[in-house]
Design a protein around this ligand. Structure first.
Ligand SMILES: *[C@@H]1O[C@H](CO)[C@@H](O)[C@H](O)[C@H]1NC(C)=O
Ligand SMILES: *[C@@H]1O[C@H](CO)[C@@H](O)[C@H](O)[C@H]1NC(C)=O
Ligand SMILES: *[C@@H]1O[C@H](CO)[C@@H](O)[C@H](O)[C@H]1NC(C)=O
Ligand SMILES: [Fe+2]
Length: 550
């Protein structure tokens, strides 16, 4: 028995050593059932190293017209991009067919009901429409309760938390509000000193190339006040800020979610063996990422031509691309560690603030914490099952090469070293967060259901639904494309440790339980859910896809 095993290992070794220059074809075909291994326990380190060399040649860096992170090119990269397309494109074509059919019907229905005369008429845009493209419409409450001041304020703490911050006592105020005391009972300086003043600043948008539509790069102050909920208060100001949020969601999510994850992934492909468990995990998390930018670039170019149809935003699509690159290269959206969700929220004074009152409700944080801490728990088991100590992490030559490669790949703010299990767990947890959570909130089911829902975020009615429906994935509700299934890839799990398989089961059942909780949410006697006049269900783990779909 022992002998025959040894013989077959020797045979395999001989076979590989007979052809040290593994061809790309052989690499592509190397699809065996061997368990993933760390470099030090690979029984054939030479073959492993030469396979990595082949990969480095076939996956190179290139610039892409869309900009942001490097884009992969080379024979292997191109083959993967082409193969991925077969999986990635059909659902998008199906969505396009549905909106092509349903858009004109929705338009007719609006016309036959007299068009849009009052804000309330916008309910007709969704009512009984979009059976396939957007059957449930915007999230519950957002269409009926948008005049309630808390809808706007709580959207900053759920649907779009990325540009709001608590003003620090030492910050310079951006503009005066002379009648602040008349509005709030306290002057702006007093609110600031008490840590009750918040800011959302989109002012740089005023520099973008305008279209003929109305919009403005806005700055807005908010303050904590237990009583303010008067109807139609500041309605125009809020709608303009929402428009900025919609623009932010559309353009900055490209880097906040997609590119922030793609850059370290490309570096990993170039340094980790396909037999490395960490690359196997990244391959699962980063599903078909390279097809997104060609689609976006097409959209930018077709939206840029003067006769290419209506552009409903206040700024051109070319300036959208410029702006996306600006927030990427400044590090704001793409910095790796400073965008770890807790670090990010702490830096913005939204959690664990050393000054000012705690936020009574923070739905984004509450939901994200459940999901991300469950991901972290899974990753901890996974990592600990492969590395028995921190020094085992330091001794993994491929992981160390990955860390060095992130410099070449221009990953901003990646950990300066990977010398502990904790660092690796943080990295992998963040990668999963970027695709599943950030994309889920800023795009997939988020944008169309909240930040770009009409009439509160005005752009161009039917166009707006058609555009954002491309991301929404109602048809994947309760399927294995959702967050609950993030690790449910049996082919992958079967080649991993038993501890990892158990942790995957636990993750799945935690997510199922959380999904039940999300679906059981109701409006309380004051018409609120966790302080919100709407039901924020965007991260329901049996509905939100686990990856950045489009
Ligand atoms: C990969 O695709 C890009 C974009 O189409 C092309 O420019 C490049 O030449 C291709 N590279 C190889 C090696 O096929
Ligand atoms: C997900 O479900 C589909 C359809 O039921 C199935 O074909 C596919 O293999 C599943 N994917 C995984 C990774 O289990
Ligand atoms: C918000 O909308 C829901 C559903 O339309 C309603 O039940 C609830 O009372 C509303 N809340 C407020 C504060 O108006
Ligand atoms: Fe996206």
């Amino acid at each position: 028995m022992i002998k025959s095993v040894i013989t077959s290992i020797l045979l395999a070794t001989t076979a590989v050593q007979a052809s040290p220059a593994l061809t790309e074809r052989a690499l592509e075909k190397a699809n065996n059932n061997d368990h993933y291994t760390l470099p030090k326990s690979d029984r054939n380190p030479r073959a492993r190293a030469s396979a990595i060399e082949v990969k480095r040649k076939g996956w190179q860096y290139s610039e892409y017209p869309m900009g942001v992170a490097y884009y992969p090119t080379g024979t292997l990269a191109n083959a993967t991009i082409a193969r991925d397309e077969a999986e990635w494109l059909p659902p998008i074509l199906a969505k396009a067919a549905a909106t092509d059919k349903e858009g004109p019907i929705a338009l007719e229905a609006i016309k036959s009901k007299g068009g849009f005369k009052k804000l309330e008429d916008y309910v007709n845009l969704y009512d009984g429409q979009w059976a396939e493209s957007f059957p449930e419409g915007p999230i519950p409450g957002i269409l009926t309760n948008f005049t309630d001041d808390r809808t706007f304020s709580m959207m900053r703490l759920s649907a779009d938390p990325y540009r709001v911050q608590r003003v620090k006592p030492s910050d310079k105020l951006l503009f005066p509000v002379d009648d602040a005391a008349a509005i709030t009972g306290l002057s702006l300086e007093e609110l600031q000193a008490q840590g009750r003043l918040f800011l959302q600043d989109f002012s740089e948008m005023k520099e973008l190339d305008p279209t003929d539509k109305f919009g403005a790069g806005c700055q807005g102050y908010f303050y904590i006040d237990p009583k303010s909920d008067s109807e139609n208060d500041w309605m125009l100001a809020k709608m303009l800020q929402n428009q900025d949020s919609g623009w932010d969601t559309t353009w900055s999510h490209i880097s906040r979610s997609h590119s922030a994850a793609e850059a370290p992934y490309l570096a990993a492909i170039r340094t980790l063996s396909d037999s490395h468990p960490v690359l196997a995990m990244l391959n699962r998390i980063e599903k078909t990422p390279w097809n997104i930018r060609p689609l976006l670039e097409d959209g930018v170019v077709s939206g840029a031509a003067p006769d290419s149809g209506p552009s409903y935003y206040a700024w051109t699509s070319l300036s959208g691309r410029t702006w996306a690159n600006q927030v990427y290269s400044s590090g704001e959206t793409a910095n790796f560690q400073s965008n770890y969700y807790r670090t990010f929220l702490e830096n913005r004074g939204l959690i664990n603030s050393e000054f000012g009152p705690e936020l009574k409700h923070f739905p984004f944080y509450e939901d994200v914490a459940v999901i991300v801490e469950s991901i972290r728990e899974f990753m901890a088991v996974f990592v600990n099952s492969y590395y028995s100590s921190d020094s085992a992490v330091s001794r993994d030559s491929e992981l160390q090469a990955w860390q060095r490669e992130t410099d070449v790949a221009k990953v901003y703010d990646f950990p300066k070293s990977i010398k502990s299990r904790r660092t690796l767990i943080d990295i992998l947890t963040h990668q999963a967060y970027l695709g599943g959570v950030v994309h889920g909130v800023m795009s997939t089911n988020g944008a169309i259901g909240d930040t770009t829902s009409l009439p509160f975020a005005p752009a161009g009615a039917v166009w707006q639904v058609v555009t954002y429906a491309a991301a929404n994935r109602y048809s994947w509700k309760d399927t294995n494309e959702t967050l609950s299934y993030l690790f449910e890839d049996q082919a992958m799990l079967s080649k991993m440790t038993p501890q990892t398989r158990l942790a995957a089961k636990k993750f799945k059942s935690t997510m199922d339980a959380f999904s039940k909780e999300v679906r059981a949410r109701t409006f309380d006697k004051d018409g609120l859910n966790r302080g919100m006049p709407f039901m924020w269900n965007v991260l329901d783990p049996n509905w939100a896809p686990y990856w950045s779909v489009v």
